[in-house]
Design a protein around this ligand. Structure first.
Ligand code: GLU
Length: 428
């Protein structure tokens, strides 16, 4: 008798959305996994998914409900780990993909975590500070049954920051009856946060960018860089590239695009963004209304550092960059990946390029457990070493197997995850 292998509908979204992109990436790596391919279905099924209702009382006395999620994709190598996103487009399937990319990322840079992610479907700009705090606390309380310093450790992601991590830490601690600083990372320094954490993702992008430039014979000094997203990742990466002598020729955010072929003044742009919330209206460059022009800009290095599914079959053929550094998670669709590969564009995948954030989150978690804090120099040195080593290992494997850096990174990561899976064995 054959047993019918029913796959729940939410798991079969090949070709649809970020989860569809992720499934395609797993299919591409499977032929390289040898005997471990027997376990590959593990990668396609999140271990645990929680959907929660998050009700709050608005300032005007009405009641609003938001949908919240926490997905623990895999815990074979350690506790779940990954950020929390507040965005109006968050869906369960997006959080599934983001949690799965955390599993791959944590294994690719070899930090001892599984992968997880959370989010609330909300535009936080529509909330007052009080409402934001109440929503964050209620969400934390609702997911409190599955998070914890040894279970699953949230962190910042799109539209979440140190203040939100402080509220999450406090809410969890209040429910537990004692202060548990290790329950989240990306906290303020005064609450057990780590020096260098805020800049870590952007710094990691810069570090692997320098490595990739060496491989491509490109001098960072004078190189032309274009950045999509000017938040915690894109803004810091742009600053570090500019400080190293590169010219930041284009920046795009959710509202506008500014360009200057001789290089934008990144510090002035950052000051403008801090004041107005967007690059729109910045006087030190030309504002371009056609968003598609950003992708076709004359540049050497392109840094998508905003959201998923930005580089598509439509704009990939127009890209002129030699190197793409994925500061965002999942910015490139598999079909666009193929086009870039054909064109000889070097794509440093998200699971390596943006792993600096979770790497310093790991340092923060270790510091909290030992109650012993490191200097910023120590943190940046260790971060740089881990990023370089991960990049080099993936580069060598890509050469050896004649595959893209993404497939090589997935080979390294899936092998680590599935070896752990196999060694632990199935329970019961
Ligand atoms: N949200 C970040 C990411 O996508 C950081 C996650 C973390 O530090 O746990 O990698």
């Amino acid at each position: 008798m054959t047993i019918k292998h029913e796959v729940p509908s939410y798991l079969t979204q090949h070709g649809i959305g970020p989860w569809g992109d992720y499934l395609e990436q797993i299919d591409r790596v499977t032929p390289y996994l040898g005997n471990l391919a027997r376990w590959v279905e593990t990668m396609k099924r999140p271990k645990r998914m929680l959907i929660v209702d998050v009700p709050i009382e608005r300032d005007d006395g009405t009641i609003a409900h938001f949908e919240g999620y926490r997905v623990q994709h895999n815990t074979s190598r350690g506790p779940g780990k990954g950020g929390v996103r507040f965005h109006q487009d968050v869906t369960l399937s997006e959080v599934m993909a983001l949690s799965a990319w955390m599993t791959v990322k944590n294994a690719a840079v070899n930090v001892p975590y599984g992968g997880a992610k959370g989010g609330i479907r909300v535009d936080p700009k529509t909330l007052s500070q009080g409402e934001l705090q109440r929503m964050t606390r209620r969400y934390t309380s609702e997911i409190g049954i599955i998070i914890g310093p040894n279970k699953d450790i949230p962190a910042p992601d799109v539209n979440t920051n140190e203040q939100i991590m402080a509220w999450m830490m406090d809410t969890y601690s209040m429910n537990q009856g004692s202060t548990a600083s290790g329950v989240v990372t990306g906290k303020p320094i005064s609450l057990g946060g780590s020096l260098g954490r805020r800049e870590a993702t952007g710094r990691g992008v810069f570090v692997v960018g320098c490595e990739a430039a060496v491989k491509r014979g490109l001098n960072i000094h004078g190189a032309k860089v274009a950045v999509q997203g000017f938040g915690n990742v894109g803004g810091i990466a742009a600053r570090l590239f500019a400080e190293a002598g590169a010219k930041v020729v284009a920046v795009q955010d959710h509202i506008s695009t500014v360009m200057r072929s001789s290089g934008l003044d990144v510090a002035a742009l950052q000051a403008h963004v801090n004041e107005t919330g967007s690059v729109a209206g910045f006087r030190g460059g030309e504002e371009v209304s056609d968003r598609a022009q950003f992708w076709a800009v004359d540049c050497d290095i392109l840094v998508p550092a905003a959201l998923e599914q930005q580089i598509t079959v439509e704009n990939a053929p127009t890209i002129r960059a030699k190197i793409i550094l994925e500061g965002a998670n999942g910015p490139t669709s598999p079909a666009a990946d193929d086009i870039l590969h054909e064109k000889g564009v070097l794509v440093v995948p998200d699971v390596i390029a943006n792993a600096g954030g979770v790497t310093v989150s790991y340092f923060e978690w270790v510091q909290d457990f030992s109650s012993f804090f490191w200097t910023e120099d120590e943190i940046n040195l260790r971060l740089t070493r881990i990023m370089r080593e991960a990049f080099t290992a993936v580069w060598q494997l890509a050469e050896e197997k004649k595959v893209s850096l993404r497939t090589a990174a997935f080979i390294v990561a899936c092998t680590r995850v599935l070896q752990a899976r196999e060694m632990r064995g199935l329970y019961p």
